[in-house]
Design a protein around this ligand. Structure first.
Ligand SMILES: Cc1cc2nc3c(=O)[nH]c(=O)nc-3n(C[C@H](O)[C@H](O)[C@H](O)COP(=O)(O)OP(=O)(O)OC[C@H]3O[C@@H](n4cnc5c(N)ncnc54)[C@H](O)[C@@H]3O)c2cc1C
Ligand SMILES: NC(=O)c1ccc[n+]([C@@H]2O[C@H](COP(=O)([O-])OP(=O)(O)OC[C@H]3O[C@@H](n4cnc5c(N)ncnc54)[C@H](OP(=O)(O)O)[C@@H]3O)[C@@H](O)[C@H]2O)c1
Length: 300
């Protein structure tokens, strides 16, 4: 199916639709295409451990059809140990559908440089290092966009309960940018729980902190802020439980959770706790949200 992003009506209607949209003036996405680097900047403090880059790609103003919440696949150059081309790695698009620069058709990625495997052993991740080291004039091999389950509703009255850690804030940045550009940003409908080690290690934290309380409700959670106790997003959820309950009960609310798999398990357990205290059947409500396409989980 081929359609313009602007023509897509509501989130419910995305289901079952091929979201790898094409337009006559856009390259054939399924076969892969290239984009030029427009800018590449580190967005976390040089002092911190976490090296995260805000990378903007475009192709001389040719629009790129993507929706907030979708990912693109990056194919790093070269071959792996067995001589085969590298496989693609997915990255969430961090900008709204009309571009990082409004109307330009460019788009942003938020990439964390991987320097250790999950067991802590030193190794340089292939795609993340390729992207973080891009210089002016570089071209990037892409496929996609992909994903039809983490999309935002077009209804401006729909409430977004967003929970993210670190680079996983990227798709939510796209949603917030979309609402801001349309004059639809409202603290009652955009509620964000955002976790990271310290503000310096959290991508876009300064940008977020600059939003007025009349635009966005922000609950930060810092796990390693000196002289403060560890605080994860779930601790912030407990503190804001009255608002969380009212959102979970609201038929207009969509829940978005993105980040570490362990965070998903913990947040679900905290939702259970919060709901039990409010005499709500969480397993039933969870199923109801899921069936209604209002529970959006992307963790790994
Ligand atoms: C749906 C989806 C969306 C994603 N969006 C983003 C995004 O917006 N920004 C982003 O930076 N990454 C994102 N990722 C992760 C990304 O796809 C890559 O897996 C990551 O950049 C590592 O790739 P690499 O080629 O550098 O490492 P590889 O050469 O593939 O090596 C991976 C090794 O690094 C370990 N590792 C350590 N930290 C990580 C980590 N944070 N992620 C993955 N593997 C890790 C793995 O266990 C493995 O041993 C996303 C993944 C998925 C599935
Ligand atoms: N679309 C997607 O699916 C998508 C997009 C982007 C990124 N991601 C993934 O999201 C994850 C984010 O990693 P990151 O390196 O960017 O983040 P990060 O900067 O390391 O931040 C992660 C934060 O979460 C905390 N944390 C650890 N365990 C937790 C738990 N069980 N519950 C709640 N918080 C917990 C960490 O605390 P401590 O370290 O202090 O314990 C830290 O403050 C990665 O796995 C990344 O690949 C997914």
């Amino acid at each position: 199916m081929t359609c313009r992003a602007e023509e897509i009506p509501n989130v419910g209607d995305h289901r079952g639709m091929d979201l790898r949209m094409g337009r006559d003036d856009v390259v054939a996405l399924e076969e892969g295409f290239e984009r030029d680097l427009r800018s590449n900047a580190r967005v976390t403090s040089e002092k911190g451990e976490s090296d995260v880059h805000h990378i903007v790609l475009d192709c001389g103003g040719i629009p790129f059809p993507v929706l907030e919440g979708q990912t693109v696949g990056v194919i790093p150059p070269g071959t792996d140990g067995s001589g085969k081309p590298h496989t693609l790695r997915l990255y969430s698009v961090a900008s709204a559908r009309d571009g990082e620069t409004e109307g330009r058709g460019d788009f942003a990625l938020t990439v964390k440089r991987v320097m250790h495997d999950r067991a802590g052993k030193t190794m340089a991740g292939i795609a993340s290092n390729h992207l973080c080291d891009l210089v002016a004039g570089s071209r990037v091999q892409l496929v996609g966009p992909y994903g039809g389950s983490f999309l935002m509703p077009n209804d401006p009255a729909a409430k977004l309960l967003m929970i993210a850690t670190g680079t996983a804030f990227s798709p939510m940045r796209a949603m917030i940018q979309r609402r801001q550009r349309r004059g639809e940003l409202d603290p009652r409908t955009a509620v964000l729980f955002y976790g990271g080690r310290t503000p310096n290690e959290m991508p876009y934290y300064e940008e977020l902190a600059a939003f007025a309380p009349e635009q966005l409700t922000l609950y930060p959670a810092f796990s390693r802020q000196p002289s403060q106790p560890l605080r994860y997003v779930q601790n912030a959820l407990i503190e804001a439980r009255d608002q969380v309950v009212s959102l979970l009960r609201d038929p207009l609310c969509h829940v978005y959770l993105c980040g570490l798999r362990s965070m998903e398990q913990d947040v679900m357990a905290y939702f259970h706790r919060i709901c039990m205290a409010a005499h709500i059947d969480w397993p039933g409500l969870r199923e109801h949200l899921h069936r209604g396409g209002r529970l959006h989980l992307e963790t790994y």
